[in-house]
Design a protein around this ligand. Structure first.
Ligand code: AFP
Length: 303
């Protein structure tokens, strides 16, 4: 792979989008250095009523400040804020959606987690996911990586190669294999609907292996590299599932779709769903197109 740095590639998206990505990527070392220390739970809860990890709150403050400093952000929609931050100067051409620390329940168990970001420039802050201009995620695993997608190319960058603190391009033109090798099965099996149970039986006939890591960012990364399907499905007690449409599913659907895969809410493409609320949830089935489409077919028989 040629020696290409993330910052070299970002220039293609214009200086404003480049600054927005760097507001996260340049903070990676600061976040990574904090990980061993900030491992307690706060007394506060997020908009979903979930107890906030100290790292959730801290990373959100870091990223919000850096996004404000770019001067390019008109709105910042975060899992950790009740309402979006709206730029009082009414400047900045872009809306940023962000899960500052996705997988915070993995902090205690020292499993992977990361940051998920979507960028769009629509007037409507609740624009459909297909209207994003760029989506990316940071993954804190054994190594630190960053995956970007612009609708045409999905690329992976690795930090700290060659002894430098830069992100270096490692893979470009990422494409999902189909049907792939893995199935990531979210939620409690005793709460899966009959359609979901039939879908798992179907994926079993494809000889897909179960892999589930408890952080969307890590589970998507596995599907990106090995193919298959991740789901956090509709459940008998939670027909909308658990994951958030705007800040988790839209960026990941954009990335997986750029890599030739597909993301569905069980009926149609997640990227075409019109968000009504910042905090709305959606069932998500995401990965190799033929596998995800099969769930839509199975589910249609139950309706
Ligand atoms: P946390 O950030 O609260 O750990 O939630 C992570 C997440 O939103 C998503 O990243 C995972 O896929 C999913 O929830 C894990 O949910 P379970 O803990 O129910 O498996």
């Amino acid at each position: 792979m040629a020696d290409v740095k993330l910052n070299d590639r970002l220039q293609a998206y214009g200086s404003e989008v480049a600054k927005i990505v760097r507001a996260v990527s340049d903070a990676t070392d600061e976040v990574f250095t904090e990980l061993p220390h900030r491992r307690w739970k706060e007394a506060t809860k997020n908009i979903y009523g979930e107890t906030q990890e100290a790292l959730d709150v801290w990373t959100n403050q870091i990223f919000l400040k850096r996004m404000q400093e770019t001067g390019c952000v008109k709105a910042y929609i975060s899992e950790e804020l009740g309402e979006p931050w709206i730029n009082p100067d009414d400047t900045g051409g872009y809306t940023v959606t962000i899960d500052p620390l996705d997988g915070s329940s993995n902090i205690e168990s020292n499993n992977c987690f990361g940051t998920i970001v979507g960028i769009h420039k629509e007037k409507d802050l609740l624009a459909e996911g297909r209207k994003q201009v760029l989506a990316f995620y940071n993954l804190y695993g054994p190594i630190t990586t960053l995956v970007t997608a612009d609708g045409k190319h999905a690329c992976e960058y690795v930090k700290h190669r060659k002894g430098s603190s830069d992100y270096w391009l490692w893979k470009e033109g990422l494409k999902l294999s189909d049907p792939g090798k893995l199935m990531g099965l979210g939620g409690s099996p005793n709460k899966w609907t009959p359609a979901v149970k039939d879908f798992v039986d179907y994926m079993t006939t494809l000889k897909l292996k179960v892999r589930y890591g408890g952080a969307f960012v890590g589970d998507i990364n596995q599907i990106l590299f090995y193919g298959g399907c991740f789901m956090y499905p509709e459940m008998t007690d939670k027909p909308q599932g658990k994951l958030r449409l705007v800040i988790e599913c839209n960026p990941m659907a954009y990335i997986i779709s750029t890599a030739g895969g597909y993301a569905s809410n069980g009926v149609s493409a997640i990227l075409d769903a019109k968000p009504k609320e910042y905090d709305e949830r959606t069932p998500v089935y995401i990965g190799s197109t033929s596998v995800v489409r099969k769930f839509e077919e199975i589910r249609a028989k139950y309706k």
